[in-house]
Design a protein around this ligand. Structure first.
Ligand SMILES: [Zn+2]
Length: 285
């Protein structure tokens, strides 16, 4: 679906969506069709690619999923329009931004807020979209960026290619958005995307106790042992022997082969044991 069509389907009031200066009372904003959410993830990326043909007023009536998403939208707007914004209010419930050239008389102003008690329903309530300061000049070498913003643009790509290198992300930004992305932002954006997709790897150690209990319950004959530091309760090591493998080893030659690999991002080693049976078959421990 083209972004323009997506917006036309998703704004509350199609007629006000294409006007330049709008004011929407919060009571007039209704719920959006839930199945539209399917297309949400790519709209920010599409805006970055096609921003020159889109106006900020196209997004009036659009339901942003909270202040964080609206901030990222404004970041995309700054990059595409070349106009720097200055925040007058910036909280989880309301955001007001004006043009950084307001002291020269530019009247641009956007105010957005959440519905009462629903932080995840964030709408533009007031907009003066015209910049009387003249056309913004984009500087692709000094983009408005944050790690969260980079994450939002690359998360779909990282889902398909979790091993994508920061250097390749930087090249994509240059090619797709004409933006110079530093290695630091590329790296941090990728880490945030991985955390959102797969959870925090440090926190995942908390799930080990649950996993080992479930393994013993549902895989009879399995043997597990976990050591933790008695003073800090921090994980040290774990041993897992699956029931079927323990059974299989009884029929193997009396020699065990050990191998290990370092786990990325953590000073940990994953070790595995294998043995050969009489038919040259390999059993993995
Ligand atoms: Zn301006």
């Amino acid at each position: 679906m083209k972004l323009k069509d997506f917006l036309l389907e998703n704004v509350i009031d199609g007629s006000s969506a294409l006007s330049t200066n709008v004011s929407i009372p919060s009571s007039s904003v209704q719920c959006l069709d839930a199945n539209i959410v399917v297309h949400r993830k790519s709209y920010l990326k599409d805006f970055m690619k096609n921003g020159s043909t889109l106006k900020i007023s196209d997004f009036t009536g659009f339901c942003f999923e909270g202040a964080t998403e609206f901030r990222q939208f404004l970041m995309a707007y700054q990059n595409k329009s070349g106009h720097d914004l200055q925040f007058l209010k910036n909280s989880a419930t309301r955001i007001t931004a004006i043009c950084s050239s307001s002291s020269s008389g530019c009247l641009f102003k956007v105010h957005a807020s959440s519905d009462v008690g629903q932080l995840s329903r964030f709408f533009i309530r007031n907009l003066i979209a015209d910049h009387s300061c003249g056309g913004g000049l984009t500087n692709s070498n000094k983009p408005a960026l944050s790690s969260e913003f980079v994450k939002s643009l690359i998360i779909d790509e990282i889902r398909d290619r979790p091993n994508k290198k920061p250097k390749d992300i930087m090249a994509d930004f240059r090619r797709e958005f004409n933006l110079t992305l530093s290695y630091r932002y590329a790296y941090k954006g990728k880490q945030l995307a991985l955390t959102e997709l797969y959870g925090d790897d440090a926190m995942s150690y908390n799930d080990l106790s649950w996993y080992l209990g479930a393994l013993q319950t549902h895989n009879p004959g399995s043997y597990v042992a976990m050591d933790v530091d008695s003073s800090t309760n921090q994980f040290e090591r774990v041993f897992v022997g699956f029931g079927a493998c323990i059974l299989g080893f009884k029929y193997c030659r009396p020699m065990i082969f050990l191998d290990g690999t370092y786990l990325k991002g953590r000073p940990r080693v994953l070790m595995g044991a294998t043995a050969k049976n009489g038919n040259q078959g390999i059993i993995l421990y």
